[in-house]
Design a protein around this ligand. Structure first.
Ligand code: ZN
Length: 426
């Protein structure tokens, strides 16, 4: 989803990986998996090209479904059962693709990706090692890494008897409400799994053990109104605008600076009359009238449910201490949960780090959870240990025009993912 780093970073990612390219410490089966990935790079890029050239912005139900159908064929070709999970029609969303291997051995893994993109229209284009096109970084490149890794396991018979669930959501970029319905299948899949791996973009030589959640709030202030000459007087009080200023400044002074906690007042309208609709509005107020009304919209981002609830509690306490002649109320709206960096996630990271070093690709560190916004994995990371950010590398301009990624990261990241899944399912 968000905030990728520049191309030069990719160069150092690759140089770090390749520089530490020592003799791989892998067993013969793992070696054959690695060889399959080297031999089938063209096949992998063909799949990426086909998927990118199918436009699938969230609202394009047919486009999202077409990408799902493309991937379903790939999963069926390696013996996995697939199912399309429709969402209620009133949600105006495509639904999700589920693929499953129903063996009896090893850890039960839930593998996550999504079919939809934010924008549409930029076709697949290769320019040296840089691949361009809508969704290459977020996240058709990652979907391809996942599929290619499973195809490599299948090529050596290592997919047989595994217990894998792949869930590709069809509306990750603009998840449908109520979330309890649109994420019910994913949560059910997590409850019958032991670990989750999510293939959003890889950032440098890191993987993602935590991501911040996102939510929003609305502050509404009402105040006595009348001739401005009376402001601050007994009976009149301070007006809605000073009250709002007090509250916002108190938020900043009392909650600002807490690690991983941010809150952004994005829209403010105050005066005698105020109209606010979604992220738009108008206000009027003559200078000789004490303002009666004010509205602020904002977001609140956090690293855990505990941090979110504690911030909300402190914000409510600040709002309650109204200046004379005013009263205010704050309403909170849930958005996407946080992927809280728990010990189980770090343990998965250590397993990936060992795989990477065994392959001679160097260390894998934890990305700072503050560097990554909300993502689907957060719906399952409180249920099972989870790791994200193991998809395509070198991503740029996600959610924007000129989206691109680096194909020279693909063999390394696909081998890492394949051997990780192989070892976790032994
Ligand atoms: Zn994404």
């Amino acid at each position: 989803m968000r905030g990728f780093l520049s191309a030069f970073v990719t160069a150092s990612l690759l140089s770090t990986m390749l520089a530490s390219h020592t003799i791989a410490q892998i067993d013969p089966v793992e070696r054959r998996i690695v060889e399959y990935i080297d031999k089938n790079e063209k096949d992998a890029l063909r799949l990426l090209e086909t998927s990118v050239n199918i436009a699938s912005p969230t609202e394009d139900i047919a486009g999202v479904r077409a990408v799902g159908d493309l991937y379903a064929k790939e999963f069926e070709a390696i013996g996995m059962r697939t199912k399309w999970l429709d969402l209620p029609a009133e949600m105006k969303r495509a639904g999700h693709l589920l693929a499953e291997s129903t063996g009896t051995k090893g850890k039960r893994l839930l593998l996550l990706g999504h079919l939809d993109t934010v924008l549409s229209g930029e076709k697949y284009r290769l320019d040296g090692q840089t691949v361009h096109g809508t969704g290459v970084a977020d996240m058709k490149g990652g979907n391809m890494v996942l599929i290619q890794a499973l195809k490599a396991l299948n090529s050596v018979g290592a997919l047989r008897d595994t217990r894998l669930i792949v869930m590709f959501t069809g509306e990750e970029e603009d998840s449908a409400d109520p979330i309890e319905v649109s994420r019910a299948d994913m949560i059910a899949a997590a409850k019958r799994s032991d670990l989750a791996l999510s293939f959003e973009g890889t950032v440098l030589n890191t993987a993602t053990v935590g991501r911040r959640g996102a939510s929003s709030w609305k502050l509404e202030v009402e105040a006595n109104t009348g001739h401005s000459g009376q402001i601050f007087r007994e009976g009149m009080g301070n007006g809605a605008i000073f009250e709002a200023a007090r509250i916002l400044n108190s938020f900043r002074e009392n909650l600002g600076g807490e690690r991983y906690l941010t809150f952004n007042p994005s829209l403010i309208l105050g005066g005698t009359t105020v109209e606010v609709k979604d992220s738009d509005g108008s206000a009027s107020g003559k200078t000789n009238v004490v303002p009666a009304k004010l509205v602020v919209n904002g977001d609140l981002r956090f690293i855990s449910e505990e941090q979110k609830e504690s911030a909300r509690k402190r914000m409510r306490e600040i709002v309650a201490k109204s200046l004379p002649g005013t009263k205010a109320k704050i309403t909170f709206f849930d958005g996407l949960p946080a992927m809280t960096p728990r010990e189980g996630n770090y343990e998965l990271l250590r397993t990936l780090d060992k795989v990477s070093q065994d392959l001679g690709f160097g260390k894998v560190d934890a990305l700072d959870p503050g560097d990554r916004g909300a993502g689907d994995v957060a719906f399952v990371s409180d249920i099972i240990p989870s790791l994200d950010g193991i998809g395509i590398g070198g991503g740029r301009n996600s959610h924007a025009k000129g989206e691109s990624a680096r194909i020279d990261t693909l063999p390394i990241l696909t081998k890492r993912a394949a051997i990780l899944i192989y070892r976790l399912t032994r």
